[in-house]
Design a protein. Structure first.
Length: 34
């Protein structure tokens, strides 16, 4: 096997998703305010 638990991978990808959404939201708000 690959050496990580599926639950760990799910949590990491979920955190990455939240980070990505937050970055996208901030970038969008910056565009709106210009």
């Amino acid at each position: 096997m690959l050496g990580w638990q599926p639950s760990e991978l799910d949590r990491l990808s979920y955190e990455d998703l939240l980070l990505f959404r937050e970055k996208a939201r901030v970038r969008h708000e910056q565009k709106e305010s210009e």
